[in-house]
Design a protein around this ligand. Structure first.
Ligand SMILES: N[C@@H](CCC(=O)N[C@@H](CS)C(=O)NCC(=O)O)C(=O)O
Length: 229
């Protein structure tokens, strides 16, 4: 039976824009596992009520429901050990966990800058929920996005450790991409799928890493509904 993934979607069911769901999509592609993605809207909490917190990604593997992108990655690694490894070694799992925590601190830097664009793309039935819940965090969405061309500098500075690493190797995981790359790439793919706002200057070394990941798995991320980077 094919795996199923509840995947955040916009008004256009093909617009998939969760940074965490993208981590899982690429983890599944890395493992060569076929998946049926189910477009999920913010207010469809009932559909995933079995998992508790009402957030996606949620992976369904037969009888097993797994929530949280990190738990899904470690689940896939354990459940499908004969497929290509997401981490490479046991010690690399700990390092990837660190990168997961680091990337989880990147998303809140972008969220206020992108929230107005997200609101414009969410399904009609999600709009009031999204605006209300995000305005409780960021204040009026349009004001939060104002001046984002300047505000983005904070996010760009945070990427400096990546630039140091990528000066000597093509991927965060080394010569080939693995889960650590998908974690961070999910952040960029989220932004690209929902907004025209450019996160990186053309001469940023992170651009070529992002381009390599956009082309991964026969261009699965590049072909996704979104905006050019
Ligand atoms: N730590 C979780 C975060 C999941 C998460 O926050 N997902 C968002 C979509 S990007 C969500 O489902 N939000 C539901 C809501 O805001 O109501 C993971 O890594 O999977």
């Amino acid at each position: 039976m094919a795996l199923k993934l509840y995947d955040l979607a916009g008004a256009d069911p093909q617009r998939r824009f969760s940074p965490y769901c993208w981590r899982t999509r690429l983890a599944l592609a890395h493992k060569g596992l076929a998946v049926e993605t189910i477009p999920w809207r913010f207010t469809e909490k009932d559909a995933i009520a079995t998992t508790g917190p009402g957030r996606v990604p949620v992976l369904v593997d037969g009888e097993r429901w797994v929530f949280d992108s990190w738990s899904i990655a470690t689940y896939l690694e354990e459940a499908y050990p004969d497929r290509p490894s997401l981490f490479g070694s046991t010690s690399a799992i700990a390092t990837a966990r660190f990168i997961n925590a680091w990337a989880d601190h990147l998303t809140p830097l972008l969220a206020p800058l992108l929230a107005a664009d997200i609101c414009a793309h969410v399904d009609e039935k999600d709009r009031a929920y999204f605006r209300q819940s995000r305005e409780a965090r960021f204040g009026p969405l349009e004001a939060a996005a104002a001046g984002r061309e300047t505000k983005i500098a904070v996010f760009q500075q945070r990427l400096e450790p990546m630039r140091v690493l990528l000066a000597g190797q093509p991927y965060l995981s080394g010569d080939a991409p693995a889960y650590a790359d998908y974690i961070v790439f999910g952040v960029f793919q989220w932004a690209r799928c929902i907004s025209r706002f450019r996160l990186l200057a053309d001469d940023d070394p992170v651009v070529s890493w992002r381009a390599r990941l956009l082309a991964a798995f026969d261009g699965l991320p590049a072909k996704a509904v979104g905006y050019p980077v």
